[in-house]
Ligand binder design. Structure first.
Ligand code: SAM
Ligand code: SF4
Length: 477
């Protein structure tokens, strides 16, 4: 029998990486083998992102490149999954009529069955589309149940490393920031039952996973209510902390307003929970925050940051910023620069505002900041942040840090033919700093002490510390 092959390309956030892992797991169960190029594949899938225009353009041009392949090989199945599938729906068939399959992020469990249907009706060329209801397409319950999560299906081989895994604790978002498409394409906010999360975490631990990263668009808004009992993220962390084999727990992304004291205290009191908090501010101007509908002021964020620094003095805090949002003046932008200098984030992700059809921002406000100004603000803010990151990494020189070794560094991975040891390996500290060192393959997956001898803004460079317990005694027995 002809072996079936699958190629998948993923754009976007950690949620998408996890979704792709689950889709691949489901298709492997059906006998598919993953290949590394579209030309080798019977089924080609794109798991897409809609957060910025650039991510969508990338997919439409990748689809354009497949037009001829599909013409010469009509039985190849081409599918578009994820956020852009939910957002653009039939528009994708109009722009790329050779696409066979469109599946939104809430319907991914149906991918194997839909591919089989398309194969059965080969020749009839009936494209299939499965998307969830629009936010206004039914009652809250109806819309919620049209977004299904199918997380327990895991494939250890598809994880970023066998020792690390993403674990989704909630889906969707109800914040409706005016610039953001996520609440429309990922649906209403729904927290998974704690029991499901714990079962999955235990399974991951039994497969050798040491670090789990809990995922949610606003992960610290996690709340699960059942029979009068509410489980918050802090409760969940306490429960996950008990699982033997799990040594590190991270969680992303936090919403500033929901950064409660009980959560910070849980991070402080639970040694397995990493000292790392990603809490996007988005802008240092109250006027912009209000226009973005972020529901906090710069002053409130400042208080939250002070509370983090007081409770967790060794934690690193990171942020996201949007520059050039509609109406952003030089003064608004300068307030962002000033706050970045004041807050000294470990690092920041900075994005140029990209208007998204379907958001309130698109409807209400003009995209009035010219692209060259957006680009300049982006570059300048990045330079300010990078200088801070570099300065704040210097005190690590001479210190010993503990890292979970993840695998070959990016540089090493680019030369797979050079496998002689020592290899350049990489790992992360509990405060999410990347450490590069020379080591051996067998150290991958271990938690090791490393002494830092150099640092730039992005990376610490070190060597593994070998503690001598005493003089070795050799016997010839
Ligand atoms: N839920 C997270 C939060 O609230 O911080 C982030 C989710 S979003 C996928 C990741 C980041 O993309 C946001 O923090 C924001 O900075 C950026 N982003 C979202 N919509 C954007 C847009 N229309 N243009 C540019 N950047 C955007
Ligand atoms: Fe988007 Fe705001 Fe929700 Fe984050 S909190 S996913 S930025 S709407």
């Amino acid at each position: 029998m002809h072996e079936k092959t699958l190629y998948i390309e993923t754009v976007g956030c950690q949620m998408n990486l996890l979704d792709s892992e689950l889709v691949v797991a489901a298709l492997r169960k059906k006998g598919y083998r993953l290949v590394d190029a579209p030309k080798k594949a019977d089924v080609i899938l794109f798991n897409t992102c809609s957060v910025r225009q650039h991510a969508e353009d990338k997919i439409y041009s990748a689809l354009g490149r497949l037009k001829h392949a599909k013409k010469h090989n009509p039985q190849k199945i081409i599918g578009v999954l994820g956020c852009m599938a939910q957002k653009d729906q039939k528009l994708i068939f109009q722009r790329a009529p050779f696409v066979d399959l469109i599946v939104g992020p809430g319907q991914l469990h149906r991918v194997p069955e839909l591919i089989e249907e398309i194969q059965r009706t080969a020749g009839a060329s009936v494209p299939r589309m499965e998307v969830s209801l629009d936010r206004s397409g039914g009652s809250r319950d109806e819309v919620e149940s049209s977004f299904e999560s199918y997380d327990p299906l895991r494939d250890p081989e598809m994880r970023p490393s066998p020792y690390q895994a993403f674990l989704r604790i909630m889906i969707g978002c109800d914040k409706f920031c005016t610039y953001c498409i996520v609440p429309s394409v990922r649906g209403p906010e729904q927290s998974r039952p704690p029991q499901h999360i714990l079962t999955e975490a235990k399974r991951l631990a039994s497969e050798g996973c040491r670090e789990i990263t809990l995922l949610g668009q606003t992960v610290n808004s996690y709340r699960h209510r059942t029979a009068g009992e509410t489980t918050r993220l802090s409760d969940l962390l306490n429960q996950l902390h008990e699982i033997e084999g799990i040594d590190r727990i991270r969680f992303i992304t936090n919403y500033p307003k929901d950064m409660t004291r009980d959560l910070l205290e849980a991070v402080r009191d639970l040694p397995k929970v990493c000292r790392y908090l990603h809490v996007p501010l988005q802008s240092g101007s109250d006027r912009m925050l209000k226009r973005m509908k972020r529901s906090y002021t710069v002053g409130e964020y400042r208080e939250m940051l002070a509370c983090i620094r007081e409770t967790l003095p060794d934690a690193s805090v990171t942020s996201d910023f949007i520059v050039g949002f509609s109406g952003e003046t030089e003064e608004d932008y300068q307030q962002t620069v000033d706050f970045v200098k004041e807050a000294r984030f470990k690092n920041s992700f900075i994005f140029k505002y990209s208007p998204r059809q379907g958001t309130k921002g698109f409807e209400l406000y003009e995209d009035d900041v010219p692209d060259e100004i957006k680009r300049k603000r982006n570059n300048d803010l990045l330079a300010v942040q990078n200088a801070i990151s570099e300065e704040d990494n210097q005190p690590f020189i001479g210190q010993e840090v503990e890292i979970l070794v993840e695998g070959p560094s990016k540089k090493q991975a680019k030369r797979p033919s050079e496998q002689t040891e020592p290899l350049q390996l990489t790992g992360r500290t509990t405060c999410d700093r990347i450490v590069v060192f020379d080591g051996s393959k067998r150290q991958i997956g271990q938690i090791l002490p490393v002494r830092i001898y150099d640092a730039n803004g992005f990376t610490l460079f070190g060597s593994v510390v070998t503690h001598h317990v005493g003089p070795e005694v050799y016997s010839l027995a």
